[in-house]
Design a protein around this ligand. Structure first.
Ligand SMILES: [Zn+2]
Length: 472
């Protein structure tokens, strides 16, 4: 039974640091250029060429480290990680080993139990310990398609060799594959997965999963691996600690052949680079330049806009969505109603159209204008829903759609009384039944009045006036 088991997941994430040039030379990091165009003696690993550290890499690495709550070491050491592979011309990768750039971080992520369809039930915060973030260079790429006679030749493109990476290692703090649904971006990930019986304190034997090229595949791979491990253990078998590759065609993990593995990297300090030393002032300058981070923004949303935890969590889950919300509130003047309209109505349209808030055909200012028209009772909430769908379809503003369709909410008591009188006069039998105690007929009268007003009557006023008239 799956319910007897607990899943333990730790992640190793390689994130590209977004610089214009490579980590140890001036070559461009541009993607998609002619193969081997962006290379020089340093990134080709030619004898005698010397690496020089790119200052921008240190700045971006420091921002990433601070965002993950890591402690930046003022002195760190680059190390050679030795292994042989055709896309690694030097025969080693410059990385960091026992004195990394930063360590001991903590990050609060949002996680949720999921229903059968995978939709979150209730969001809650969860702390993940971050072991370290260190700086390193990427390798080149073997190319197996799109070139002449690829069945006979292997091609190597070294444009990517020397692209700066931050490797982020977490403690085994994730408990479900959903936890690991991290920010999408330019990153590659490995996952260490094990299972243990609930109540056990000892970790089980882990597999290291590689070749997880997207967040979706990572989730699938972890789910497959958890099932596999539980099946082996429940049928009385034992697990090997091994590296397994995810095959996204067969949708399964398989063990790497032993010769594909290289456990002993023989790390030693890189003699061509001095220790990386950063000053306290540098770290503080980077810290002062940081944007507001999601956790802080969620807390601010709860205080400043009186939002619930759940509202604030969803609205700060994406930078574009959080920015959109704040602009919309500025236009509407009603934070709660804006959160409701954004979360329930607009996000649904965006999801159906597979768009992010940043690409919404309805601007934040226009959503705000719509919310204000409803607040001011110019149109009803129900009309507002139709107007929003129309805004989404046509890209037109709320006011122009309301004017075009002649949507006006009638709140004038005299006008509504007139409609009510006509409806009562036309339904004498229902009136008698209602007055004889058939309370359920109240809804019938509301419906008739709304219909007679062509949906324009303010439902609140209709309810109030009907109560008076029917009971008099
Ligand atoms: Zn280069």
């Amino acid at each position: 039974m799956d319910n007897d088991w607990e899943t333990i997941i730790g992640l190793e994430i390689h994130a590209q640091l977004n610089t214009a040039s490579k980590i140890f030379c001036g070559c461009s990091t541009r993607f998609g250029d002619v193969p081997n165009e962006n290379t020089c003696p340093v990134c080709l690993g030619l004898p005698g060429a010397l690496p020089v550290l790119n200052r921008r890499v240190v700045e971006l690495g420091a921002r990433a480290a601070l965002a993950l709550g890591l402690h930046i070491n003022q002195r760190s050491i680059f190390a050679r990680k030795n292994y042989f592979y055709p896309d690694l011309p030097k025969g080693y990768q410059i990385s960091q080993f026992d004195q990394p750039f930063s360590a001991n971080g903590e990050l609060e992520i949002m996680t949720a139990e999921r229903d059968e369809a995978g939709h979150p039930i209730e969001w809650r915060p969860k702390k993940i310990q971050i072991t370290r973030l260190h700086l390193e260079e990427d390798a080149g790429k073997n190319v197996h398609e799109g070139l002449p006679e690829v069945d006979r030749y292997s091609y190597i493109d070294l444009n990517r060799a020397g692209t700066p990476l931050a490797e982020i290692v977490t403690e085994p703090d994730f408990r479900t594959s959903w936890d690991a649904d991290m920010e999408k971006g330019n990153l590659r990930c490995e996952a260490n997965v094990s299972v243990r019986r609930k109540g056990d304190n000892k970790f089980g034997t882990k597999s290291e999963l590689k070749n997880l090229n997207s967040v979706r595949f990572m989730q699938r791979a972890i789910e497959f691996e958890v099932e596999r491990q539980i099946n082996v253990l429940e049928s009385g078998g034992t697990l090997l600690q091994e590296t397994r590759l995810w095959d996204d065609r067969l949708m399964e993990t398989r063990p790497m052949r032993s010769k594909e593995e290289a456990h002993d990297y023989r790390y030693f300090p890189e003699p061509d680079l001095p220790p990386l030393v950063v000053s306290k002032e540098f770290i503080e300058k980077v810290r002062a330049s940081m944007p507001e981070l999601p956790e802080a923004r969620r807390k601010r949303f709860m205080e400043q806009y009186s939002l619930t935890f759940s509202d604030a969590s969803q609205l700060t889950s994406e930078l574009a969505l959080a920015d959109f919300y704040e602009s919309a509130v500025a236009a509407s003047g009603n934070p709660r109603a804006t959160a409701n309209w954004l979360r329930s109505e607009l996000v649904r349209e965006l999801e159906a159209a597979n768009l992010s808030a940043g690409d919404s055909p309805v601007s934040a200012a226009e959503l705000g204008a719509l919310v204000r028209m409803i607040d001011e009772e110019k149109i009803s909430g129900k009309q507002g829903k139709d107007v929003l769908v129309e805004m989404f379809k046509t890209g037109k503003g709320a006011e122009s759609i309301v004017a075009e369709q002649g949507l006006v909410q009638v709140s004038d008591t005299g006008e509504i009384d007139g409609i009510i009188d006509a409806v009562i006069a036309a339904n004498a039998k229902q009136l008698a039944d209602y007055r004889a105690g058939k309370d359920a007929l109240f809804g019938f009268f509301v419906g008739q009045v709304m219909k007679a007003s062509q949906g324009k009557a303010n439902p609140k006023v209709v309810n109030e006036r009907l109560k008076v008239k029917l009971n008099s």
